[in-house]
Every structure is written in structure tokens, then in C-alpha cells.
Write a protein that binds this ligand. Structure first.
Ligand code: HEM
Length: 220
């Protein structure tokens, strides 16, 4: 993939694509073409943003495995944008709740965050996302060095917290959060495989094939 194609075509196209869910909400909000947000527009807006926040978190987590599986190194250049869109949608989800649902009624907000476990978990995920968004620039990457990678590993916990939060607020049909969980486990499982299992297997294979050689060398 040429850097020019990536910068001039792929990135702007992806940016526009990522904005589509937001545009769809605005489209319905303003009733363009007779589209509506249904009987409970605030809940619909909040749910849409929450769903897309979680989807973008998982899409961001999918970049590294997809790069490995399809040898598509260029995909890594899209990861930051996808991660920032995850933050954008989660923030919109939170602001919809804070402003439209809670009406900035702070004591109610505080009570919900501290007393309703699924909201506590969602809020924790949002709080953890903030340092990742703030340090997503190339400058911060350089400044933090190796610590940047460790910090950004928080995204694994954030995705699991987001899924837990979703699972907990669903009343009956838990299939969708469980599908998200299965996807997250595959994506995180691949990383665990790469970090621990594959090197151990390589070491064992090398030891097995190296043992006779060493024995031969010793007897020479
Ligand atoms: C990483 C962070 C978060 C993610 C990924 C996330 C995702 C989601 C998802 C997928 C849903 C279910 C939507 C549906 O039913 O279709 C949801 C619901 C909800 N979330 Fe979050 N959320 C996050 C953070 C937050 C925060 C910070 C708050 C508020 C402090 C919050 C408040 C809520 C509420 C109140 C609902 C239920 C809405 C309803 O009544 O349908 N979430 N969230």
C-alpha cells in the first residue's frame, strides 16, 4: 500500500465511514426524509452511540490480528483513527446520558455512577479511555516510549468492561453482549497466543531439534 494512497484515499474514506453512524443519528433527529428516532429518542441516541463505541473498540482491537493474519502492515496506520472514533462514540454515549437523560442533575448523576453497578463499570471504562485518547498523538508516543505501549494495553480491560457494562444492563436477551464477548476473546486470545504460547512452542521445537546436534557436538 503506497503512503500516498493511504493518506489521500484510504484515511479520508475511513474517516467518512466512521462518521456515518453519527450522521445517521442526526439524520433521524432532524427527521430528514421522514426518518425518526422512534418513541424514545433519547434512549435510541444513547444506545446507538453505546453500540458504536463498543463496536469501534472491537474494530480497533481487531487491527493487529488482521495485520498478522493477512500480512497487511498498512492496517496499523488506521488504528489510531479507529481508536479515537471509539472514544468519540463512548463520549457521545456518556454526554447523551449526562445532558439529555439526566439533565445535568449532578446529585442524580453521582448517585447513578456510585449506586448502579452497570453505570459504575461504564464510567470506569470511559475514565480509562481518556488517557489513551490524550496520549494518542505521535508526540506523546515518542515522549512515553515503552510506557506508551504498556499504557495502551488498558484498551483490553476497557473493551471487557464495556462488554460487562452492556451485559449487565440487558434485561433478557444476552445474546448480543455474548457475541461481543466471543469476538473480544478471539482478538485477545490471538495476542496471548503470540506473546506466550507461540514463543514457548518455538523454544521447545528449537530445543528438540537442537538436542541431538548438541549431543553430536559433545561427542565430537
Ligand atoms: C467504554 C465505555 C462504554 C461502552 C462501550 C458502553 C456501551 C453501551 C452499550 C453497548 C449499551 C447498550 C445499548 C443497547 O441497549 O443497544 C449501553 C447502555 C447504557 N450505557 Fe453505556 N457504555 C459505556 C460507558 C457508559 C457510561 C460512561 C455511562 C454513563 C455514565 C453509560 C450509561 C449507559 C446507560 C444508562 C445505558 C442504558 C441505556 C438504556 O436505557 O437503554 N455507559 N452502553
Amino acid at each position: 500500500m503506497s503512503p500516498l494512497l493511504l493518506r489521500r484515499v484510504i484515511k479520508p474514506a475511513l474517516f467518512a465511514l466512521c462518521l456515518l453512524p453519527f450522521a445517521a443519528v442526526l439524520w433521524r433527529l432532524f427527521g430528514i426524509g421522514g426518518a425518526t428516532l422512534g418513541a424514545n429518542p433519547i434512549e435510541r441516541i444513547q444506545d446507538t452511540f453505546g453500540q458504536w463505541g463498543l463496536r469501534f473498540l472491537l474494530i480497533t482491537l481487531a487491527v493487529t490480528p488482521l495485520r498478522d493474519w493477512f500480512h497487511a502492515v498498512w492496517l496499523i496506520h488506521l488504528r489510531r483513527m479507529l481508536g479515537l472514533f471509539a472514544f468519540f462514540y463512548v463520549l457521545m454515549h456518556f454526554l447523551t446520558w449526562l445532558i439529555l437523560d439526566q439533565g445535568l442533575y449532578w446529585s442524580g448523576v453521582l448517585e447513578d455512577i456510585t449506586r448502579r453497578p452497570f453505570i459504575t463499570i461504564g464510567f470506569a471504562a470511559l475514565v480509562l479511555l481518556v488517557p489513551l485518547a490524550v496520549t494518542s498523538t505521535h508526540g506523546m508516543m515518542r515522549r512515553l516510549g515503552r510506557r506508551w505501549k504498556s499504557l495502551h494495553r488498558l484498551v483490553y480491560a476497557i473493551a471487557l468492561l464495556g462488554i460487562w457494562h452492556y451485559y449487565w444492563q440487558v434485561k433478557a436477551d444476552v445474546r448480543e453482549p455474548l457475541i461481543y464477548l466471543a469476538i473480544a476473546l478471539v482478538l485477545l486470545g490471538w495476542r496471548a497466543w503470540k506473546a506466550w504460547v507461540a514463543p514457548a512452542l518455538r523454544r521447545r521445537t528449537a530445543a528438540a531439534s537442537g538436542a541431538p546436534l548438541q549431543a553430536r557436538r559433545a561427542s565430537e
